[in-house]
Write a protein that binds this ligand. Structure first.
Ligand SMILES: Cc1cc2nc3c(=O)[nH]c(=O)nc-3n(C[C@H](O)[C@H](O)[C@H](O)COP(=O)(O)OP(=O)(O)OC[C@H]3O[C@@H](n4cnc5c(N)ncnc54)[C@H](O)[C@@H]3O)c2cc1C
Ligand SMILES: NC(=O)c1ccc[n+]([C@@H]2O[C@H](COP(=O)([O-])OP(=O)(O)OC[C@H]3O[C@@H](n4cnc5c(N)ncnc54)[C@H](OP(=O)(O)O)[C@@H]3O)[C@@H](O)[C@H]2O)c1
Length: 446
Protein backbone atom coordinates (compact mmCIF):
# COMPACT_ATOMS: atom_id res chain seq x y z
CA UNK A 1 0.00 0.00 0.00
CA UNK A 2 1.24 3.52 -0.84
CA UNK A 3 2.43 5.36 2.27
CA UNK A 4 2.26 9.14 2.56
CA UNK A 5 3.90 11.39 5.14
CA UNK A 6 2.35 14.81 5.72
CA UNK A 7 4.59 17.17 7.69
CA UNK A 8 2.70 19.88 9.61
CA UNK A 9 -0.98 20.34 10.46
CA UNK A 10 -1.48 24.02 9.78
CA UNK A 11 -4.16 24.95 7.24
CA UNK A 12 -2.13 23.27 4.44
CA UNK A 13 -1.66 19.96 6.24
CA UNK A 14 -5.34 20.01 7.19
CA UNK A 15 -6.32 20.62 3.55
CA UNK A 16 -4.28 17.55 2.63
CA UNK A 17 -5.99 15.41 5.28
CA UNK A 18 -9.40 16.69 4.19
CA UNK A 19 -8.73 15.92 0.52
CA UNK A 20 -8.05 12.26 1.31
CA UNK A 21 -11.07 12.10 3.60
CA UNK A 22 -13.31 13.37 0.78
CA UNK A 23 -11.91 10.79 -1.68
CA UNK A 24 -12.53 8.02 0.85
CA UNK A 25 -16.13 9.21 1.30
CA UNK A 26 -16.60 8.76 -2.44
CA UNK A 27 -15.55 5.12 -2.06
CA UNK A 28 -11.99 5.51 -3.33
CA UNK A 29 -9.20 3.50 -1.75
CA UNK A 30 -6.83 6.00 -0.19
CA UNK A 31 -3.16 5.50 0.76
CA UNK A 32 -1.92 4.98 4.30
CA UNK A 33 -1.33 8.42 5.81
CA UNK A 34 0.87 9.48 8.69
CA UNK A 35 0.88 13.12 9.64
CA UNK A 36 3.60 14.62 11.84
CA UNK A 37 2.99 17.71 13.96
CA UNK A 38 5.58 19.10 16.32
CA UNK A 39 3.03 20.90 18.46
CA UNK A 40 0.46 19.42 20.81
CA UNK A 41 -2.47 20.39 18.62
CA UNK A 42 -3.33 21.21 15.04
CA UNK A 43 -4.11 24.54 13.35
CA UNK A 44 -0.57 25.80 12.67
CA UNK A 45 -0.21 29.55 13.05
CA UNK A 46 -3.87 29.85 13.97
CA UNK A 47 -3.32 27.67 17.04
CA UNK A 48 -2.02 30.59 19.10
CA UNK A 49 -2.10 30.02 22.85
CA UNK A 50 -0.16 30.80 25.99
CA UNK A 51 2.36 28.05 25.17
CA UNK A 52 3.49 30.10 22.17
CA UNK A 53 7.17 30.68 22.85
CA UNK A 54 8.24 27.47 24.59
CA UNK A 55 6.29 24.29 25.31
CA UNK A 56 6.23 21.92 28.29
CA UNK A 57 9.10 19.89 26.76
CA UNK A 58 11.34 22.96 26.57
CA UNK A 59 10.93 22.99 22.80
CA UNK A 60 10.47 26.33 21.04
CA UNK A 61 6.92 26.89 19.76
CA UNK A 62 7.45 29.35 16.97
CA UNK A 63 4.21 31.07 16.17
CA UNK A 64 4.00 34.43 14.47
CA UNK A 65 0.43 35.12 15.56
CA UNK A 66 -0.46 37.68 18.21
CA UNK A 67 -3.35 38.83 20.34
CA UNK A 68 -5.87 41.08 18.63
CA UNK A 69 -5.02 39.78 15.14
CA UNK A 70 -7.97 40.08 12.79
CA UNK A 71 -8.19 38.71 9.27
CA UNK A 72 -6.50 41.16 6.93
CA UNK A 73 -8.51 40.02 3.90
CA UNK A 74 -12.24 39.36 3.56
CA UNK A 75 -13.07 35.92 4.94
CA UNK A 76 -15.10 35.32 1.77
CA UNK A 77 -11.82 35.22 -0.20
CA UNK A 78 -10.50 32.28 1.82
CA UNK A 79 -13.76 30.35 2.31
CA UNK A 80 -13.64 26.57 1.85
CA UNK A 81 -15.76 25.40 -1.08
CA UNK A 82 -16.83 22.27 0.83
CA UNK A 83 -17.51 23.93 4.18
CA UNK A 84 -19.00 27.40 4.13
CA UNK A 85 -18.95 29.94 6.95
CA UNK A 86 -22.75 29.75 7.01
CA UNK A 87 -22.57 25.99 7.55
CA UNK A 88 -20.06 26.34 10.39
CA UNK A 89 -21.65 29.27 12.25
CA UNK A 90 -25.27 28.55 11.31
CA UNK A 91 -25.75 32.10 9.96
CA UNK A 92 -23.77 34.75 8.06
CA UNK A 93 -21.06 36.50 10.07
CA UNK A 94 -19.11 39.72 9.31
CA UNK A 95 -16.31 39.70 6.74
CA UNK A 96 -13.19 40.31 8.86
CA UNK A 97 -13.12 37.94 11.85
CA UNK A 98 -10.44 37.89 14.54
CA UNK A 99 -8.03 34.95 14.85
CA UNK A 100 -10.09 32.87 17.30
CA UNK A 101 -13.11 32.88 14.99
CA UNK A 102 -11.05 31.82 11.97
CA UNK A 103 -9.33 29.13 14.02
CA UNK A 104 -12.72 27.75 15.03
CA UNK A 105 -13.77 27.65 11.37
CA UNK A 106 -10.59 25.88 10.18
CA UNK A 107 -10.81 23.27 12.91
CA UNK A 108 -14.58 22.85 12.54
CA UNK A 109 -14.12 21.29 9.12
CA UNK A 110 -11.67 18.60 10.21
CA UNK A 111 -12.73 17.72 13.71
CA UNK A 112 -15.94 15.91 12.80
CA UNK A 113 -14.25 12.89 11.19
CA UNK A 114 -11.46 10.59 12.33
CA UNK A 115 -8.65 12.70 10.98
CA UNK A 116 -7.00 13.36 14.33
CA UNK A 117 -6.13 9.64 14.51
CA UNK A 118 -3.83 10.10 11.56
CA UNK A 119 -1.73 12.75 13.32
CA UNK A 120 1.26 12.03 15.54
CA UNK A 121 1.37 15.11 17.76
CA UNK A 122 4.46 16.33 19.59
CA UNK A 123 6.52 14.78 16.80
CA UNK A 124 9.24 16.83 15.16
CA UNK A 125 10.37 15.66 11.74
CA UNK A 126 14.15 15.77 12.05
CA UNK A 127 15.33 14.45 8.68
CA UNK A 128 13.86 13.43 5.34
CA UNK A 129 16.14 11.63 2.88
CA UNK A 130 15.42 9.96 -0.46
CA UNK A 131 17.19 6.68 -1.14
CA UNK A 132 16.32 6.44 -4.84
CA UNK A 133 13.17 4.42 -4.15
CA UNK A 134 11.45 5.94 -1.16
CA UNK A 135 11.79 8.48 1.63
CA UNK A 136 13.20 7.81 5.07
CA UNK A 137 11.67 10.10 7.67
CA UNK A 138 13.25 10.42 11.11
CA UNK A 139 11.09 11.99 13.77
CA UNK A 140 11.49 12.83 17.43
CA UNK A 141 8.70 12.01 19.87
CA UNK A 142 8.97 14.80 22.46
CA UNK A 143 6.67 13.17 24.97
CA UNK A 144 8.54 9.86 25.13
CA UNK A 145 11.97 11.26 24.27
CA UNK A 146 12.33 8.76 21.41
CA UNK A 147 13.52 8.87 17.81
CA UNK A 148 11.93 6.72 15.12
CA UNK A 149 12.45 6.08 11.44
CA UNK A 150 9.67 5.35 8.93
CA UNK A 151 9.65 4.76 5.20
CA UNK A 152 7.22 6.54 2.85
CA UNK A 153 6.47 6.63 -0.88
CA UNK A 154 5.42 10.28 -0.86
CA UNK A 155 6.19 13.25 1.37
CA UNK A 156 4.02 16.36 1.60
CA UNK A 157 5.80 19.39 3.05
CA UNK A 158 3.26 21.63 4.76
CA UNK A 159 5.35 23.31 7.44
CA UNK A 160 4.57 26.88 6.34
CA UNK A 161 6.98 29.72 5.61
CA UNK A 162 5.99 32.45 8.04
CA UNK A 163 7.54 31.04 11.20
CA UNK A 164 11.28 31.64 10.88
CA UNK A 165 12.04 35.36 11.02
CA UNK A 166 14.53 37.21 8.83
CA UNK A 167 16.38 39.58 11.17
CA UNK A 168 18.60 42.28 9.65
CA UNK A 169 20.99 44.36 11.76
CA UNK A 170 21.29 48.14 11.65
CA UNK A 171 24.17 50.26 12.99
CA UNK A 172 23.64 51.20 16.60
CA UNK A 173 21.49 48.20 17.51
CA UNK A 174 24.09 46.82 19.89
CA UNK A 175 23.88 49.88 22.12
CA UNK A 176 20.17 50.65 21.73
CA UNK A 177 18.80 50.83 25.30
CA UNK A 178 15.22 49.85 24.42
CA UNK A 179 13.63 46.66 23.14
CA UNK A 180 14.35 45.18 19.68
CA UNK A 181 12.12 42.40 18.40
CA UNK A 182 10.89 40.85 15.17
CA UNK A 183 7.18 40.85 14.33
CA UNK A 184 7.41 37.08 14.88
CA UNK A 185 7.80 37.79 18.60
CA UNK A 186 5.19 40.54 18.77
CA UNK A 187 2.48 39.20 21.09
CA UNK A 188 0.40 42.02 22.44
CA UNK A 189 0.16 45.67 21.38
CA UNK A 190 -0.76 46.68 24.95
CA UNK A 191 2.91 46.25 25.80
CA UNK A 192 3.69 49.38 23.77
CA UNK A 193 1.10 51.65 25.33
CA UNK A 194 2.65 55.10 25.90
CA UNK A 195 5.83 54.12 24.02
CA UNK A 196 7.58 55.51 20.93
CA UNK A 197 7.69 52.60 18.51
CA UNK A 198 9.72 52.20 15.30
CA UNK A 199 8.33 49.68 12.82
CA UNK A 200 10.62 48.62 9.97
CA UNK A 201 9.15 47.15 6.77
CA UNK A 202 6.41 47.92 4.28
CA UNK A 203 4.30 44.82 3.98
CA UNK A 204 1.38 43.29 5.89
CA UNK A 205 3.17 42.86 9.22
CA UNK A 206 4.49 46.42 9.21
CA UNK A 207 1.03 47.73 8.36
CA UNK A 208 -0.81 45.72 10.98
CA UNK A 209 1.75 45.98 13.80
CA UNK A 210 1.85 49.78 13.30
CA UNK A 211 -1.95 50.00 13.41
CA UNK A 212 -2.19 47.67 16.41
CA UNK A 213 0.31 49.74 18.40
CA UNK A 214 -1.59 52.90 17.50
CA UNK A 215 -4.93 51.32 18.37
CA UNK A 216 -3.76 50.14 21.80
CA UNK A 217 -2.20 53.46 22.84
CA UNK A 218 1.41 53.79 21.63
CA UNK A 219 2.64 57.37 22.00
CA UNK A 220 4.00 57.43 18.44
CA UNK A 221 4.59 54.93 15.63
CA UNK A 222 7.21 55.64 12.96
CA UNK A 223 7.32 53.23 10.03
CA UNK A 224 10.60 53.01 8.08
CA UNK A 225 10.14 51.57 4.61
CA UNK A 226 13.04 50.24 2.55
CA UNK A 227 11.95 50.33 -1.11
CA UNK A 228 8.42 51.69 -1.44
CA UNK A 229 6.20 53.32 1.17
CA UNK A 230 2.82 51.70 1.82
CA UNK A 231 1.43 55.21 1.42
CA UNK A 232 -1.82 54.76 3.33
CA UNK A 233 -3.61 57.65 4.99
CA UNK A 234 -2.27 56.85 8.45
CA UNK A 235 -4.18 57.81 11.60
CA UNK A 236 -2.87 60.48 13.97
CA UNK A 237 0.21 59.18 15.75
CA UNK A 238 1.50 57.10 12.80
CA UNK A 239 3.92 58.35 10.15
CA UNK A 240 5.90 56.66 7.40
CA UNK A 241 9.47 57.74 6.63
CA UNK A 242 12.31 56.39 4.50
CA UNK A 243 14.44 53.53 5.85
CA UNK A 244 16.43 53.45 9.05
CA UNK A 245 20.00 54.64 8.64
CA UNK A 246 21.23 54.10 12.20
CA UNK A 247 20.45 54.24 15.88
CA UNK A 248 22.32 56.63 18.14
CA UNK A 249 21.47 55.81 21.75
CA UNK A 250 17.69 55.78 21.80
CA UNK A 251 17.44 57.99 18.72
CA UNK A 252 16.45 56.48 15.36
CA UNK A 253 17.89 58.38 12.40
CA UNK A 254 16.34 57.75 9.01
CA UNK A 255 17.76 58.09 5.48
CA UNK A 256 15.54 61.11 4.80
CA UNK A 257 17.00 62.91 7.82
CA UNK A 258 14.00 62.26 10.03
CA UNK A 259 14.87 61.66 13.71
CA UNK A 260 12.72 59.98 16.34
CA UNK A 261 13.26 58.95 19.95
CA UNK A 262 12.46 55.28 20.34
CA UNK A 263 11.55 52.86 23.12
CA UNK A 264 11.17 49.84 20.84
CA UNK A 265 12.15 48.72 17.35
CA UNK A 266 9.89 46.13 15.72
CA UNK A 267 11.45 44.48 12.69
CA UNK A 268 8.72 43.56 10.24
CA UNK A 269 11.32 42.30 7.81
CA UNK A 270 9.66 39.08 6.72
CA UNK A 271 10.35 35.38 7.03
CA UNK A 272 12.61 32.65 5.64
CA UNK A 273 11.62 29.48 3.80
CA UNK A 274 13.39 27.16 6.18
CA UNK A 275 13.43 23.37 5.92
CA UNK A 276 16.26 22.16 8.16
CA UNK A 277 14.96 18.57 7.97
CA UNK A 278 15.27 18.24 4.18
CA UNK A 279 18.45 17.20 2.37
CA UNK A 280 19.82 19.68 -0.17
CA UNK A 281 18.43 17.81 -3.20
CA UNK A 282 14.89 18.12 -1.79
CA UNK A 283 15.04 21.63 -0.37
CA UNK A 284 13.06 24.53 -1.81
CA UNK A 285 15.17 27.69 -1.76
CA UNK A 286 13.26 30.85 -2.44
CA UNK A 287 12.35 34.30 -1.25
CA UNK A 288 8.68 35.09 -0.58
CA UNK A 289 7.21 35.20 -4.08
CA UNK A 290 4.05 34.32 -5.97
CA UNK A 291 5.67 31.54 -8.02
CA UNK A 292 8.54 29.87 -6.16
CA UNK A 293 11.04 28.05 -8.41
CA UNK A 294 11.15 24.31 -9.19
CA UNK A 295 7.56 23.60 -8.24
CA UNK A 296 5.40 22.23 -11.05
CA UNK A 297 1.90 23.67 -10.68
CA UNK A 298 3.32 25.35 -7.58
CA UNK A 299 3.21 21.95 -5.83
CA UNK A 300 5.33 19.13 -7.33
CA UNK A 301 9.10 19.25 -6.72
CA UNK A 302 10.65 19.33 -10.18
CA UNK A 303 13.55 17.02 -9.26
CA UNK A 304 11.46 14.40 -7.44
CA UNK A 305 7.76 14.10 -8.24
CA UNK A 306 7.04 12.21 -5.05
CA UNK A 307 7.83 15.28 -2.98
CA UNK A 308 5.00 17.79 -2.79
CA UNK A 309 5.01 21.26 -1.26
CA UNK A 310 1.86 23.10 -0.18
CA UNK A 311 1.38 26.82 0.50
CA UNK A 312 4.89 27.97 -0.39
CA UNK A 313 3.69 30.98 -2.39
CA UNK A 314 3.33 34.54 -1.19
CA UNK A 315 -0.35 34.69 -0.41
CA UNK A 316 -3.33 36.72 -1.50
CA UNK A 317 -5.42 33.53 -1.75
CA UNK A 318 -5.02 31.24 1.23
CA UNK A 319 -7.28 28.47 2.52
CA UNK A 320 -9.14 27.64 -0.71
CA UNK A 321 -5.89 27.87 -2.70
CA UNK A 322 -4.31 25.45 -0.21
CA UNK A 323 -7.32 23.19 -0.80
CA UNK A 324 -6.89 23.31 -4.58
CA UNK A 325 -3.22 22.43 -4.10
CA UNK A 326 -4.05 19.59 -1.71
CA UNK A 327 -6.75 18.11 -3.96
CA UNK A 328 -4.25 18.28 -6.85
CA UNK A 329 -1.46 16.70 -4.75
CA UNK A 330 -3.85 13.95 -3.64
CA UNK A 331 -4.68 13.09 -7.25
CA UNK A 332 -0.99 13.02 -8.16
CA UNK A 333 -0.37 10.62 -5.27
CA UNK A 334 -3.38 8.47 -6.19
CA UNK A 335 -2.22 8.30 -9.81
CA UNK A 336 -5.23 10.17 -11.18
CA UNK A 337 -3.05 13.00 -12.50
CA UNK A 338 -0.07 12.12 -14.65
CA UNK A 339 3.03 14.30 -14.41
CA UNK A 340 4.27 15.27 -17.91
CA UNK A 341 7.80 15.06 -19.33
CA UNK A 342 10.65 17.12 -17.85
CA UNK A 343 10.64 19.52 -20.78
CA UNK A 344 6.91 20.17 -20.42
CA UNK A 345 7.34 20.74 -16.69
CA UNK A 346 10.10 23.24 -17.31
CA UNK A 347 8.05 25.01 -19.95
CA UNK A 348 5.09 25.31 -17.59
CA UNK A 349 7.19 26.60 -14.68
CA UNK A 350 8.92 29.12 -16.96
CA UNK A 351 5.60 30.37 -18.29
CA UNK A 352 4.46 31.34 -14.78
CA UNK A 353 7.88 32.65 -13.73
CA UNK A 354 8.04 34.98 -16.76
CA UNK A 355 4.50 36.22 -16.06
CA UNK A 356 5.38 36.87 -12.42
CA UNK A 357 8.40 38.99 -13.37
CA UNK A 358 6.11 41.35 -15.29
CA UNK A 359 3.69 42.06 -12.44
CA UNK A 360 3.65 45.71 -11.46
CA UNK A 361 0.81 46.32 -9.03
CA UNK A 362 -1.48 44.53 -6.55
CA UNK A 363 -4.33 44.18 -9.07
CA UNK A 364 -2.04 42.31 -11.46
CA UNK A 365 -0.74 40.14 -8.61
CA UNK A 366 -4.30 39.29 -7.61
CA UNK A 367 -5.05 38.35 -11.24
CA UNK A 368 -1.91 36.21 -11.38
CA UNK A 369 -2.71 34.19 -8.26
CA UNK A 370 -6.39 33.91 -9.19
CA UNK A 371 -5.45 32.46 -12.60
CA UNK A 372 -3.06 30.03 -10.93
CA UNK A 373 -5.67 28.91 -8.41
CA UNK A 374 -8.37 28.61 -11.08
CA UNK A 375 -6.12 26.42 -13.19
CA UNK A 376 -5.45 24.08 -10.26
CA UNK A 377 -9.15 24.08 -9.37
CA UNK A 378 -9.95 22.80 -12.85
CA UNK A 379 -7.61 19.83 -12.43
CA UNK A 380 -9.39 18.08 -9.54
CA UNK A 381 -12.90 17.53 -8.20
CA UNK A 382 -12.56 20.30 -5.57
CA UNK A 383 -16.15 21.59 -5.27
CA UNK A 384 -17.53 24.58 -7.12
CA UNK A 385 -16.52 28.02 -5.85
CA UNK A 386 -16.74 31.37 -7.59
CA UNK A 387 -13.12 32.48 -8.07
CA UNK A 388 -14.25 35.35 -10.30
CA UNK A 389 -16.17 36.79 -7.37
CA UNK A 390 -13.11 36.28 -5.15
CA UNK A 391 -10.95 38.13 -7.70
CA UNK A 392 -13.45 41.01 -7.64
CA UNK A 393 -13.54 41.02 -3.84
CA UNK A 394 -9.74 41.16 -3.57
CA UNK A 395 -9.56 44.16 -5.88
CA UNK A 396 -12.34 45.96 -4.04
CA UNK A 397 -10.57 45.22 -0.74
CA UNK A 398 -7.30 46.69 -2.07
CA UNK A 399 -9.18 49.85 -3.02
CA UNK A 400 -10.90 50.02 0.37
CA UNK A 401 -7.47 49.95 2.01
CA UNK A 402 -6.26 52.83 -0.12
CA UNK A 403 -9.42 54.79 0.67
CA UNK A 404 -9.02 54.36 4.42
CA UNK A 405 -6.72 51.91 6.16
CA UNK A 406 -8.67 52.34 9.42
CA UNK A 407 -12.06 51.35 8.01
CA UNK A 408 -11.45 48.63 5.40
CA UNK A 409 -12.16 45.92 7.98
CA UNK A 410 -15.67 47.32 8.51
CA UNK A 411 -16.83 46.43 4.98
CA UNK A 412 -19.07 43.58 3.95
CA UNK A 413 -18.61 41.01 1.14
CA UNK A 414 -20.69 38.20 -0.37
CA UNK A 415 -19.87 34.51 -0.15
CA UNK A 416 -18.43 32.77 -3.24
CA UNK A 417 -19.91 29.52 -1.89
CA UNK A 418 -23.42 30.34 -0.62
CA UNK A 419 -23.97 33.85 -2.01
CA UNK A 420 -25.00 35.17 1.41
CA UNK A 421 -24.04 38.74 2.30
CA UNK A 422 -22.00 39.35 5.44
CA UNK A 423 -23.63 41.56 8.06
CA UNK A 424 -21.78 44.71 9.12
CA UNK A 425 -19.93 44.09 12.39
CA UNK A 426 -21.51 45.70 15.46
CA UNK A 427 -18.35 47.70 16.29
CA UNK A 428 -15.95 49.38 13.85
CA UNK A 429 -12.53 47.65 13.92
CA UNK A 430 -10.72 50.75 15.21
CA UNK A 431 -12.77 50.75 18.41
CA UNK A 432 -13.30 46.97 18.78
CA UNK A 433 -10.81 46.24 21.57
CA UNK A 434 -12.11 42.78 22.51
CA UNK A 435 -11.13 40.22 19.89
CA UNK A 436 -12.81 37.18 21.50
CA UNK A 437 -15.20 34.99 19.49
CA UNK A 438 -17.88 35.78 22.04
CA UNK A 439 -17.65 39.52 21.47
CA UNK A 440 -17.30 39.22 17.71
CA UNK A 441 -20.21 36.83 17.19
CA UNK A 442 -22.53 38.72 19.50
CA UNK A 443 -24.37 40.49 16.70
CA UNK A 444 -27.26 41.27 19.03
CA UNK A 445 -25.07 44.16 20.21
CA UNK A 446 -26.45 45.80 17.09
C1 LIG B 1 1.12 37.07 11.60
C2 LIG B 1 0.42 36.37 10.49
C3 LIG B 1 -0.89 36.67 10.21
C4 LIG B 1 -1.57 36.05 9.17
N1 LIG B 1 -2.85 36.42 8.93
C5 LIG B 1 -3.52 35.85 7.92
C6 LIG B 1 -4.86 36.21 7.66
O1 LIG B 1 -5.41 37.11 8.30
N2 LIG B 1 -5.52 35.57 6.68
C7 LIG B 1 -4.92 34.57 5.95
O2 LIG B 1 -5.58 34.00 5.10
N3 LIG B 1 -3.64 34.23 6.17
C8 LIG B 1 -2.92 34.84 7.11
N4 LIG B 1 -1.61 34.49 7.33
C9 LIG B 1 -0.96 33.55 6.40
C10 LIG B 1 -0.73 32.13 6.94
O3 LIG B 1 0.50 31.78 6.38
C11 LIG B 1 -1.78 31.13 6.49
O4 LIG B 1 -3.06 31.55 6.91
C12 LIG B 1 -1.58 29.72 7.03
O5 LIG B 1 -1.36 29.67 8.40
C13 LIG B 1 -0.48 28.94 6.33
O6 LIG B 1 -0.65 27.60 6.66
P1 LIG B 1 0.50 26.51 6.58
O7 LIG B 1 -0.13 25.21 6.88
O8 LIG B 1 1.23 26.65 5.30
O9 LIG B 1 1.56 26.90 7.69
P2 LIG B 1 1.46 27.07 9.28
O10 LIG B 1 0.17 27.62 9.68
O11 LIG B 1 2.70 27.79 9.65
O12 LIG B 1 1.55 25.57 9.85
C14 LIG B 1 2.74 24.80 9.76
C15 LIG B 1 2.68 23.66 10.77
O13 LIG B 1 3.84 22.84 10.58
C16 LIG B 1 4.32 22.43 11.87
N5 LIG B 1 5.75 22.08 11.71
C17 LIG B 1 6.74 22.92 11.33
N6 LIG B 1 7.91 22.24 11.27
C18 LIG B 1 7.65 20.95 11.64
C19 LIG B 1 8.45 19.79 11.77
N7 LIG B 1 9.78 19.78 11.50
N8 LIG B 1 7.85 18.65 12.17
C20 LIG B 1 6.51 18.61 12.43
N9 LIG B 1 5.71 19.70 12.32
C21 LIG B 1 6.27 20.84 11.91
C22 LIG B 1 4.08 23.65 12.74
O14 LIG B 1 4.07 23.31 14.11
C23 LIG B 1 2.70 24.12 12.23
O15 LIG B 1 1.66 23.50 12.95
C24 LIG B 1 -0.90 35.09 8.37
C25 LIG B 1 0.43 34.79 8.63
C26 LIG B 1 1.09 35.42 9.68
C27 LIG B 1 2.52 35.10 9.94
N1 LIG C 1 -4.00 39.28 9.52
C1 LIG C 1 -3.13 40.26 9.62
O1 LIG C 1 -3.46 41.37 9.99
C2 LIG C 1 -1.69 40.01 9.31
C3 LIG C 1 -0.73 40.69 10.05
C4 LIG C 1 0.61 40.43 9.80
C5 LIG C 1 1.00 39.54 8.81
N2 LIG C 1 0.04 38.89 8.10
C6 LIG C 1 0.44 37.90 7.06
O2 LIG C 1 1.74 37.43 7.35
C7 LIG C 1 2.43 37.10 6.16
C8 LIG C 1 3.82 37.70 6.21
O3 LIG C 1 3.80 39.13 6.06
P1 LIG C 1 5.12 39.99 6.39
O4 LIG C 1 4.78 41.40 6.20
O5 LIG C 1 5.65 39.56 7.71
O6 LIG C 1 6.20 39.51 5.33
P2 LIG C 1 6.37 39.88 3.79
O7 LIG C 1 5.07 40.16 3.17
O8 LIG C 1 7.24 38.84 3.21
O9 LIG C 1 7.18 41.28 3.80
C9 LIG C 1 8.50 41.38 4.21
C10 LIG C 1 8.85 42.85 4.42
O10 LIG C 1 10.16 42.90 4.97
C11 LIG C 1 10.84 43.99 4.38
N3 LIG C 1 12.29 43.78 4.52
C12 LIG C 1 13.03 42.72 4.16
N4 LIG C 1 14.31 42.91 4.47
C13 LIG C 1 14.38 44.12 5.08
C14 LIG C 1 15.43 44.88 5.62
N5 LIG C 1 16.69 44.45 5.59
N6 LIG C 1 15.12 46.09 6.20
C15 LIG C 1 13.85 46.54 6.20
N7 LIG C 1 12.81 45.86 5.68
C16 LIG C 1 13.09 44.67 5.12
C17 LIG C 1 10.37 43.96 2.94
O11 LIG C 1 10.65 45.21 2.39
P3 LIG C 1 10.85 45.48 0.82
O12 LIG C 1 9.47 45.44 0.24
O13 LIG C 1 11.45 46.83 0.80
O14 LIG C 1 11.74 44.41 0.30
C18 LIG C 1 8.88 43.69 3.15
O15 LIG C 1 8.21 44.90 3.38
C19 LIG C 1 1.53 37.59 5.02
O16 LIG C 1 0.85 36.47 4.49
C20 LIG C 1 0.53 38.50 5.69
O17 LIG C 1 -0.73 38.52 5.07
C21 LIG C 1 -1.29 39.12 8.33
Amino acid sequence: MTKVAIIGTGPCGLSMLRSFEQAEKKGEKIPQIVCFEKQEDWGGLWNYNWRTGSDQYGDPVPNSMYRYLWSNGPKECLEFADYSFDEHFGHPIPSFPPREVLYDYIIGRVKKGNLKNKVRFNRIVMTVTYNGKNFEVTSYDKKNDKFSKDTFDYVVVSTGHFSVPFIPEYPGMKSFPGRILHSHDFRDAEEFRGKNVIVLGSSYSAEDVALQCNKYGAKSVTIGYRHNPMGFKWPNGVKEVHYLDRLEGNKAIFKDGHEQEADAIILCSGYLHHFPYLTEDLKLKTRNRLYPPKLYKGVVWENNHKLLYLGMQDQFHTFNMFDCQAWYARDVIMGKIKIPSNSEIEKDINKWAVMEEKLENPDQMIDFQTEYTKELHGLSDYPKIDFELIRKHFKEWEHHKVEDIMTYRNKSFSSPVTGSIAPIHHTPWASAMDDSSKAFLNQSKN
